[in-house]
Design a protein around this ligand. Structure first.
Ligand code: COA
Length: 366
């Protein structure tokens, strides 16, 4: 069979949505396109990549492009998901080809990083790497949090601007518009039916909004531990709100905390994490030259000159810093820039890297 791999067009979205539902929603009655309205919108068709044979789409990859702020520096990232191949067409390299097509198209749109949900060998071969570690805490039911907090459900229309403002306080974040945020909050009830309830709460202190949170509550049709999926603002307010959840799940409430998140780590002290693990997504630097230029403001805070990154071959870079030069592939560069646990990073570069990692959890795919 001779497959064409290409960028999707708006008229492909019906087939894309049907293939997505066949692969990801076969045991559910909800539809991917309704759960993720921005991803499946005709406006986003050019960020879908498809393999087609005789007019039939057999493999797909979807992406959303986001402006992002990493530790104060502006860059662009793509969150990548809905990676699926028709079961009859797997193992022929279709998804791999689409990953490389996505990379070249996204890099041409000044996207520097691909964030891929999941951790398949397929993605590791592509050069994506795990870059962050998460400490998992179980919230004690009787935890008392001092403070004059009150909570109320987030109203998608009236509260979107407040939520956006609180989200802006995160030093590493996506550039979500108000319209995207509203659509995300409105889309939540669609997932309630079969994936548990998504609880979105605003926390106020003396009547002033100080934090918000989204809890993936009773995620598997009422069973399973609830999981904090997104939050910003005062971490103490978030903990207070969680202790107020009335229908406490039998398996409890779990809080994933990035290692770098000292504010939440400090608030949870002296509790100890009961599990440590990688974040549930991988990252690949797809334009190291552009990334280095975007992140140069951070580099110059620590060193007279930020590192220079040059492309020497596809997915291969030379890194120059303090008169020294190293050649790395895209996977190594990704680890050097973002991972605390890379097997090797030259000592001089430890002065500037790793940077705090990203946090695309929650509803960022919408
Ligand atoms: C994951 C998935 C998208 C892969 O699609 P695919 O088109 O089969 O992917 P590829 O053919 O490029 O790669 C699959 C495997 O076949 C191997 N392969 C690639 N080209 C091949 C070829 N010509 N002949 C034989 N095997 C080949 C790859 O090395 C890869 O091996 P690995 O799993 O050990 O990495 C597909 O299995 C799927 O739809 N799964 C269900 C949905 C899912 O889990 N999606 C991911 C969500 S995170």
């Amino acid at each position: 069979m001779s497959f064409t791999v290409r960028i999707a067009e708006p008229h492909d979205l019906d087939q894309i949505a049907r293939l997505s539902d066949r692969v990801f929603r076969s045991k559910r009655t909800t539809h991917m396109a309704e759960e993720f309205p921005h991803l499946y919108s005709p406006h986003n068709a050019r960020h879908w990549f498809v393999a087609e044979d005789g007019g039939q789409i057999r493999s797909i990859i979807g992406a959303m492009v986001w402006p992002a702020v990493i530790a104060g520096a502006r860059t662009r990232v793509a969150s990548v998901g809905s990676v699926a191949t028709d079961p009859d067409y797997r193992g022929q390299g279709l998804a791999s080809r689409l990953l490389y097509l996505a990379q070249s198209q996204l890099a041409a749109e000044a996207v520097r990083l691909m964030l891929i949900s999941g951790d398949l060998p397929l993605y590791l071969k592509f050069g994506a790497r795990s870059i962050g570690r998460v400490d998992w805490y179980a919230l004690p039911r009787n935890l008392a949090v001092a403070g004059r907090y009150s909570i109320r459900p987030i109203d998608p229309q009236d509260d979107a601007a407040i939520v956006a403002r609180l989200y802006q306080t995160r030093s590493t974040r996506f550039g979500r518009t108000l319209a995207q945020l509203r659509a995300m909050l409105v889309a939540q009830p669609i997932t309630q039916v079969e994936r548990g309830v998504k609880v979105a709460l605003l926390v106020l202190s003396d009547g002033v909004p100080v934090s918000y949170l989204i809890l993936n509550h009773r995620p598997f049709q009422g069973v399973g531990a609830s999981r904090l999926s997104e939050w910003a603002g005062d971490p103490k307010g978030v903990l207070h709100a969680l202790t107020q959840v009335s229908d406490w799940p039998e398996q409890g409430i779990r809080i994933p905390v990035l290692r770098e998140d000292l504010a939440m780590q400090g608030t949870l002290y002296p509790l100890k994490p009961d599990r440590r693990g990688p974040v549930s997504w991988l990252v690949k630097v797809i334009d190291g030259v552009g990334l280095a230029s975007d992140l140069a403001p951070i580099g110059t805070e620590q060193a007279a000159q930020p590192p220079r990154v040059l492309l020497t071959a596809p997915d291969t870079y030379a890194v120059e810093f303090n008169g020294q030069r190293w050649v790395v592939n895209a996977a190594e560069l990704t680890e050097w820039v973002f991972s605390e646990e890379t097997a090797y990073r030259p000592v001089p570069l430890e002065a500037i890297w790793p940077l705090p990692s990203l946090w695309p959890e929650g509803l960022n795919y919408i």
